[in-house]
Design a protein around this ligand. Structure first.
Ligand code: MN
Length: 230
């Protein structure tokens, strides 16, 4: 390929127990997928799933240093289980969905909550609130070939050693196969697509200097340090 300017690497994630990388095509994120989080955001516990997207260039593979982003006074963490697809399809049946999942990881759907809220209040897109530089720290992918397709297990987040989120992935409103089936009615899903599957209650404000440790049973931990804003 002869590009007009130098091309960049395809965004990718580490793979547990391997030197191989998992290439990332698109990032889909489900909103309000745990009842207690849905309530803390003003919902009533019953809602169809809805999705937004993040640019894969905003991944922070393996976490590490993340810069406090500009133009926000309310920068939030959301700890989420992440599913990555080895193959895709259009109108995938729920019962076939797991067959497309290559593995799972721990992720953080970092959010400029004030800009997201402004978008909601004004009927404008969520992009500035959800899709910004370094908005998607994601840990290494554990292959489903090793651990199967987990439907229960603890998900947690500590900030500076203090517990902030502590739930179980079995509390998702829409299961991962249901999310894949739903999304595939709107998109032809493809290999490399990634789904952030929602956060439980306990979202909150991150500050410069904070040390975030997110974890899910069987998927390890993702550590992020928030650097001062530029
Ligand atoms: Mn989220």
């Amino acid at each position: 390929m002869n590009y007009a300017i130098p091309a960049w690497d395809i965004p990718s994630l580490a793979v547990v127990g391997s030197a191989e990388r998992f290439p990332v095509r698109r990032i889909f994120c489900v909103g309000r997928n745990y009842v207690e989080h849905q309530k803390e955001m003003g919902g009533d516990g019953r809602e169809q799933p809805f999705f937004f997207t993040k640019n894969p260039c905003h991944l922070v593979p393996n976490g590490g240093d993340v810069r406090y982003p500009p133009k926000t006074e309310n920068y939030h963490w959301e700890t989420e289980m992440v599913a990555v697809l080895a193959s895709g399809g259009f109108r995938i049946p729920v019962e076939e969905a797991n067959g497309h999942v290559w593995g799972y990881a721990v992720g953080l759907d970092m959010t400029r909550r004030d800009l997201q809220q402004w978008g909601k209040d004004h009927g404008r897109p969520w992009s500035f609130g959800k899709d910004f530089d370094q908005a998607a720290p994601v840990g290494p992918v554990t292959p489903a070939a090793k651990i199967g397709h987990p439907t229960k297990g603890r998900l947690w987040l500590t900030v500076n050693g203090e517990s902030k989120q502590d739930a179980d992935i079995s509390m998702m409103i829409w299961s991962i196969p249901e999310q894949i089936a739903f999304l595939s009615q709107y998109y032809a899903l493809q290999a490399g697509d990634l789904i952030m599957t929602g956060t439980p209650a306990g979202v909150g404000r991150a500050k410069p200097g904070d040390a975030l440790v997110a974890g899910i049973d069987g998927l390890g931990e993702l550590k992020v340090k928030i650097l001062p804003p530029l």
